[in-house]
Ligand binder design. Sequence first.
Ligand code: C5P
Length: 229
Amino acid sequence: MRDELMRDRLMVALDVPDMEIALAMREKIGGEAGWLKVGLRLFVAEGPALVRKLAEEHKIFLDLKFHDIPNTVAQAVESAGKLGVQMLNVHAGGGPDMLKRASEAASEFPEMKLIAVTVLTSDPMSAEGAMRVALERARMAQDAGLDGVVCSVHEVAAIKQACGAGFIAVTPGIRWGGQDAQDQKRIADPGYAIESGSDYLVVGRPVLQAVEPALVAREVVEMMGAARQ
Ligand code: C5P
């Protein structure tokens, strides 16, 4: 039961080059993760058709981090809403007007959560700097009517304290057992992510590059389930 709940909080970042590999990876992951995250690489290659196909078996987080003038972003949010995805993000760096217009556009699609990227987990800024900027942007996103943010695990507790427990925190930068951080800077393991209050964990390369992706996804779910909450 607990593992089932945790599976629903695991998002695998499907950062693969094309439809064929994406569908093969979906088979390999099976039901071990409730969500698939479609990012720039796959969306640029395959577009809406693949998103619709993946949505047959998983919830979809469309991670395109829109960052443009308010009108353009609002229109793009509307297009994404029509795809029927369950989560979409914009970049908080676009500012309050852009966030507000994005939020208004998203309100036409009540099934879709709209969240804002605060600071990229790969950004080399100091921990204090990331905390300050992430908090500032989380408050801005909440004021604009968004449902939550993408941030590192290390900022989740402060953001929840400032914005409330119901304000969604999605955390990439998940690594464990001495894994290579690769380009990520602010990383944390699955147990600590859950203990910090993260609602959804995004895991990409540790699953994608595994010999058996399903086993690694299950290992993540077990670590999530074993965490204190
Ligand atoms: O492979 P890895 O586990 O590092 O993948 C993390 C995923 O989360 C990537 O798809 C990346 O684009 C995304 N992401 C991130 N940091 C953010 C927002 C999204 O790493 N702030």
